[in-house]
Write a protein that binds this ligand. Structure first.
Ligand SMILES: NC(=O)C1=CN([C@@H]2O[C@H](COP(=O)(O)OP(=O)(O)OC[C@H]3O[C@@H](n4cnc5c(N)ncnc54)[C@H](O)[C@@H]3O)[C@@H](O)[C@H]2O)C=CC1
Ligand SMILES: O=C([O-])CC(=O)C(=O)O
Length: 342
């Protein structure tokens, strides 16, 4: 994994999200959002409703979807919005979905880690994944719900149990880490943020978030102390928002933006556009980093090629080393949750 190459030519999609309305290779897409009434779900659904590639937008939650859907349905864009509430309607929500985005579950409050959400969110993701595996096994499954490091292995084990597992189509959405890195680097260097792309690898919590500043486009460098400060800020950016919201939840608007961008990149790749690259947390197959976020070349069937880490410097190598034990334990915890009754 450490030696695979990512070419800067492949970072096309990573630069600026709302480029996404260039419709060179238009293909209609049916998208479902599970957890659509929440802090992320609502603005994410708004951004999807605005995306001309989306023809059908199914909103599912345990509460409030009729109101959210009625509201969105008055917007004069193409997507047909439908509402589904409660467990019994879930199968109807995901029927025919090609992309399923999951922001269902509880967010952090100050003082909590993402892993503290496991007890509530693991079961939510397991149950949603079970229905998706049965009803829309070929859809791209994009998991936003924390702890992402564990919820992606949970969904993967469910798909294995149902006999429909395809690791190329199950993603932990880590786009927000890239969005933040691009923003913070652009601010620090006085660059146009639309021209900045910094891949972020590893996982999606604390030390498992590893920005690869040495691979930034355009190239940037920082004195060691500044680089360390910037890296730790990127790793703790979620907590920065949790603390600023002071009990009101975690990042919602920036997350909606990030997920809308990731979904748009998937839609572009599904349309046959080439050179679409996004970082996401996926099954990597490596022994020490079984699930790992890396730049991925996306294609019509999900991950076309895992581009790996490419050349990383010694500082980044140490960060990856620091990430691995926590990732391993997060992955194990997720897998154990599904197999506890085996
Ligand atoms: N991957 C990432 O980068 C990020 C992940 N998150 C995570 O996203 C999740 C959602 O965050 P928010 O939207 O702020 O929370 P929220 O509490 O505002 O919304 C969650 C929504 O999920 C719904 N829900 C709960 N159980 C459900 C079920 N079984 N089926 C369907 N819907 C269900 C709730 O009714 C609610 O509408 C959290 O776990 C949070 O930690 C948040 C920010 C970034
Ligand atoms: O920090 C949180 O709990 C939400 C999240 O994942 C993020 O903002 O990156």
């Amino acid at each position: 994994m450490f030696s695979r190459i990512i070419s800067p030519r492949n970072v096309k999609s990573a630069q600026g999200v709302l480029r996404h309305f260039s419709l060179s290779a238009q293909r209609d897409a049916r998208v479902a959002v599970l957890g659509a009434s929440g802090g992320i779900g609502q603005p994410l659904s708004l951004l999807l409703k605005e995306n001309p590639r989306v023809t059908e937008l199914a909103l599912y939650d345990v509460v409030n979807t009729p109101g959210v859907a009625a509201d969105l349905s008055h917007i004069s864009t193409k997507a047909k919005v439908t509402a589904f509430s409660g467990e019994k309607e879930l199968k109807h929500a995901v029927k025919d979905a090609e992309i399923v985005l999951i922001p269902a579950g509880v967010p952090r409050k100050p003082g909590m880690t993402r892993d503290d959400l496991f007890n509530t969110n693991a079961g939510i993701v397991r149950d949603l994944a079970k229905v998706c595996a049965k009803i829309c096994p070929d859809a791209m499954l994009c998991i936003i719900t924390n702890p992402v490091n564990s919820t992606v292995p949970i969904a993967s084990e469910v798909y294995k149990q149902e006999g429909v597992y395809n690791h190329k189509k199950i993603f932990g959405v880590t786009t927000l880490d890239v969005v933040r890195s691009n923003t913070f680097i652009a601010e620090a260097k006085g660059l146009d943020v639309n021209q900045v792309y910094c891949p972020v690898v590893g996982g999606h919590s604390g030390v498992t978030i590893v920005p690869l500043i040495s691979q930034c486009t355009p190239p940037v460098s920082f004195p060691a102390e500044e680089r360390e400060k910037l890296t730790r800020r990127i790793q703790n950016a979620g907590t920065e928002v949790v603390e600023a919201k002071a009990g009101g939840g975690s990042a919602t608007l920036s997350m909606a933006y990030a997920a809308a961008r990731f979904a748009n990149s998937l839609m572009e790749a599904m349309s046959g556009e080439s050179g679409i690259v996004e970082c996401a947390y996926v099954f990597s197959g490596d022994a020490d980093t079984k699930y790992f976020s890396t730049p991925l070349l996306l294609g019509p069937n999900g991950v076309a090629k895992n581009l790996g880490l490419s050349q990383i410097n010694e500082y980044e190598h140490d960060l990856v080393k620091e990430a691995i034990p926590e990732l391993e334990s997060n992955v194990q915890k997720g897998e154990d949750f599904i197999h506890k009754d085996d």
